[in-house]
Design a protein around this ligand. Structure first.
Ligand code: PHE
Length: 402
């Protein structure tokens, strides 16, 4: 009796295991769900990047599921925390693909980590959409790797033009993080455009992610008397760099890119951040109705304002799910083609069209930090044209062009 029972049990277990693994191959689990993977820095040095992008994606997916899901199925988001470490990003992608059998991936924010996870997605032919990695090389990994943000040659160009034309700077200093591909690429783009437009790069200094004392680099920069200092880093270090620069008596405008964006950037140093600017993907001040609707929903769910990563996470999840709907399937090649065909998507980070390089063509916003708050300074269109110029950035008087 016992023997008979155990044989039956074994057969049942085996059958359901075979059933599950055959279903998982197509990324559709037992509950008829579509499994999407996400790898993000939920903890560690740039924890707000992962937490925000995750919150944005969750908001989008919850809305879609509440509306009945897509192609008759619900979406399940499986998240892996890479702890802000490049090595862990690779392992996270491996887990999501091999263990969870995800049909597509969202991630990462930091370019170095997308470059670590991307090759695994490409080899496995699992479409990956980076919400926020702006380094040029990320999408060069292969034809399954996409992004929905602009790229650093565009961002660096916009910042250099802003420094030259709007701030009137002739002499720029650059302080870059040599541990991050993002920082190196953005510094290169800025330097090139600033020089081309007739400016001088008078000082170049470097640091590494995790450093805490930037005084000697800043002292060298101060000696060269720049009109502006460009700091293409992440918020954690930038937060300290700006405080230390002001303590050393450096009063000139300080300028950075999207990596500055975090609600932790200016905390406790709001005054020292006056006369600083950053480029970004999004502003809560954008009067566009879709943006304001997103801000309201996000605030209701998470009790705080969305930052750029949250907005990008929201857009990335929606672009992916729309592509699944258009493909009518989760088949990898069909889904890849559907993502590639994204055109004029009305995102909360602007109108998004993916080009042949799988990069997004969209506008960029320059923000001015005033008493710890980000205000619109300028909106620059996908072809480098100034769409809106607020001159001082203090008062967002007109609706910015989209
Ligand atoms: N663009 C940054 C990178 O490529 C990441 C980032 C995006 C940070 C948006 C903040 C906001 O590493």
């Amino acid at each position: 009796m016992n023997k008979y029972f155990s044989v039956v049990t074994a057969v049942v277990v085996l059958t359901s295991a075979t059933f599950l693994s055959s279903c998982k191959k197509e990324g559709v689990a037992e509950g008829n769900d579509i499994i999407i993977g996400e790898y993000a820095s939920m903890t560690g040095q740039t924890a707000t990047f992962g937490q925000s992008v995750h919150a944005g994606a969750v908001l989008a997916i919850d809305e879609i599921n509440q509306g009945g899901g897509i192609i008759g199925k619900k979406i399940v988001l499986k998240s892996e925390d890479d702890q802000s470490k490049t090595e862990d990003a690779t392992a996270a992608v491996q887990k999501l693909i091999n263990r969870d059998k995800v049909i597509a991936l969202l991630g990462e924010v930091a370019s170095s980590r997308s470059k670590a996870g991307g090759p695994i997605a490409q080899q496995s032919k699992i479409p990956m959409i980076s919400p926020a990695s702006t380094n040029e090389d990320v999408t060069k990994i292969g034809d399954y790797i996409f992004r929905i943000c602009f790229i650093d040659p565009f961002q660096g160009n916009a910042l250099a033009s802003f420094a030259k034309k709007s701030l009137g700077a002739k002499r720029a200093a650059v302080l870059q993080d040599t541990k991050q591909d993002y920082s190196i690429g953005l510094a290169n783009a800025f330097r090139e455009t600033f020089r081309k437009s007739g400016g001088d790069v008078v000082s170049e200094q470097a640091y590494s992610s995790g450093d805490k004392d930037f005084r000697s680099a800043l002292t060298s920069i101060r000696a060269t008397n720049p009109d502006v200092i460009f700091i293409p880093g992440y918020y954690n270090e930038v937060s300290l760099i700006v405080r230390q620069a002001r303590e050393l008596g450096i009063t000139v405008p300080l300028l950075g890119g999207d990596g500055w964006d975090s609600d932790e950037l200016t905390k406790g140093a709001e005054q020292q951040f006056n006369n600083t600017y950053l480029s970004n993907h999004f502003s809560v001040e954008d009067p566009d109705a879709a943006v304001q609707n997103f801000v309201t929903k996000y605030k209701a769910k998470f009790q705080k304002d969305p930052d750029a990563m949250a907005a990008l996470g929201y857009d990335a999840a929606r672009i992916l799910t729309q592509a699944i709907t258009r493909a009518g399937s989760t088949d990898a090649a069909k889904l890849r083609d559907a993502i590639a065909a994204t055109k004029d998507f009305n995102g909360v980070t602007g109108k998004i069209t993916l080009n042949a390089q799988r990069n997004a063509e969209k506008p960029i916003t320059i923000l001015k930090i005033v008493n710890g708050k980000y205000h619109f300074a300028q909106r620059i269109g996908p072809n480098g044209e100034t769409q809106t110029d607020f001159k001082t950035g203090d008062t967002p008087v007109t609706a910015p062009a989209k």
